[in-house]
Design a protein around this ligand. Sequence first.
Ligand code: GLC
Length: 748
Amino acid sequence: MLFSFPKTLLLTAALLAAGTSARAQKKALTPAAIEQRITELLGQMTIQEKAGQLTQYSGRELTGPASTRKTDLLNQIRGGQVGSMLNVKGVTDTRAIQAEALKSRLHIPLLFGLDVIHGYQTVFPVPLAEAASWDMAAIRQSAHVAAREAAASGIHWTFAPMVDVGRDPRWGRVMEGAGEDSYLGSQIARARVLGFQGDKLGGTDAVMACAKHFVAYGAAIAGRDYNAVDLSPQQLWEVYLPPFKAAVDAGAATFMNSFNTLNGVPATGSKYLQRDILKGQWQYPGFVVSDWGSIREMVSWGYAQNVSEAAQKAITAGNDMDMENDAYFDALPQLVQQGKVDVALVDDAVRRILRKKFELGLFDDPYKFSDAKREKKVFSDPQHRVAARDVARKSMVLLKNERNTLPLSSPRKIALIGPLAKAKRDLAGGWTVIADTTRIVSALEGIRQRAGKNASVLYAKGCEATGDSRAGFAQAVETARQADVIVLCVGETWDMSGEAKSRADISLPGVQQELFQALKATGKPIVAVVFAGRPLIFNAVADQADAILYAWFPGSEGGHALADVLFGDYNPAGKLPSTFPRLMGQIPLSYQQYSTGRPVVDPQNIRYRSAYIDAPNTPRYAFGHGLSYTTFRYSDLKVSQPRMTAAETVQVSFTLTNTGSRAGEEVVQLYLRDKVASVVRPLKELKDFQKVSLQPGESRTLTFTITRDKLAFYNNDLQWIAEPGEFRLLLGAASDDIRLEADLVLID
Ligand code: GLC
């Protein structure tokens, strides 16, 4: 319970709710009528009420640094001088606080926002894991279930999807994104926005989405969170902006800017990003919220003399709402009065926020999302856990499988070992809302349940996830000796990735690799299961394990999903959305490498070539890598015409055959190389993919369409152009597993 409200307050809220539901029957307002209502409200609002409408506070008793606000938050809400709250959840608390806001002079309802990043009560795999599914329907369903549960619990707005491209695994927030590739990230951004918002805002099974963190937060120097970002214009426009444009095109209701600077200007204070690109070139109708305290942080950056100047720079640059900062509430009225801020900028920001409150239907029925009966019903929907298990299975990536160690075929004794074998909270990963850890299925529970009476599952922890104690090794080895196969669960704990979790060393923490070596010495086959929120470095395991399954942080149904894959009830089809480096020194490392003037042609002869003298250039596991329990053949590549004009399209088709003995899915990836251009182009860029399910022996002809847009890039004048010349089409099962190639010439 967030606030201990007296009974009378709750009764008032209930009576108000009854009254408003009658209003809810009213016909929805047209866009023009909404704008008219907003104009009328703006005409009645004082400048302090306007500044309050641009202000969001955290439910202070719950989370976040204690706000600097001196006055009592409730009085401010009652005075109609708060626009939104975050970190308030549940029907009871949201109703009670909304009732306070409705006592204000103009009865403007509050927006309730929350970080519903990968599930609300039902925890789905962390977003980077879901990206490994390359399954847009599954990803959209995950966001839809999260929205259903959140919207039943009083939430109007989630601060998701995080659409930052992340190419540096030292940065802990890669966990929240969709990996290193802009094209895959754009498809996933769209799926998540549609999943959270549904087809139209206002439904009580949907919430507003928030595309964040605008922009290029994932390129923080040295992978250190909150650090500066320096990018070329091409990298900005080709890699980091497209997923945000995809979110705009999908109708994302809000944006959140980012903590980082971009080429010397804090994103929160960047007119170029927020007014020129987002609200100007992209004609964005929604509103932008700052990230927690990022307005005030412009003083720390040395970009503003004081909070008042920071507020002036932020509102001028196009930041509409101030999250947990007091900057706008305290400074805007005076800045307007002094003529330093044009009130029209304030009115535009207020209009954007009120427009969303109307579109959500909150003026008609401020309590429509806070319905105790619906909250209970939605929370008990068994289909949600079914969906969580399905997405978790689809997210897991089979990195290695020698001698067909997997799937486990009728072992009599399984030794389940490792610091994460019994873990529950860890499997939920970071950014969980109300993860009820008792409802998270551990690996041990999932595997014991699946093994049933057919096999006994022995357990030993072996060691902690961190620390240097080897006291548990002996028992773990003894347990392993009694078994037919070892399943070793290693990785990170849930709080080792996410916000403010940058790591200068992303190897398996603690003595986990030593535990692996001790178990390897028993000679038993070893399956390594890795739980993590980011790519990790684990070379000893990678070299010597018989099989490796990357399970990420799989969520509430993690243990069941893991068992489904290990026992072959589900044939894994995950593909890595991020490159896995061999060594820290290779970072940042993505598949989009350039040829350089001295490419490595023969790895045995790297003298005076672009290479390391102490390591290969290649990653441990490449972007797009992922194995299956079956095999696939790629054949009969056909290109409808070898040459095309910019006005034409070309069909690229080939045959995919399941050459194995069990049904399976394959993510076929289409890459492209522009061989010669006015700016050098990467050796390959992902341009399309298809996820296909085939029965054993089944063949299917798949087709991709090449358009001028797929051949285009930003030249040195930042023009989006396709230059005539030769291109190479590359079709494969991974960025380092190209199966078919063909040439294509653009002739004008
Ligand atoms: C945090 C995060 C942001 C989150 C916000 C509200 O600092 O950067 O992603 O949505 O604050 O919790």
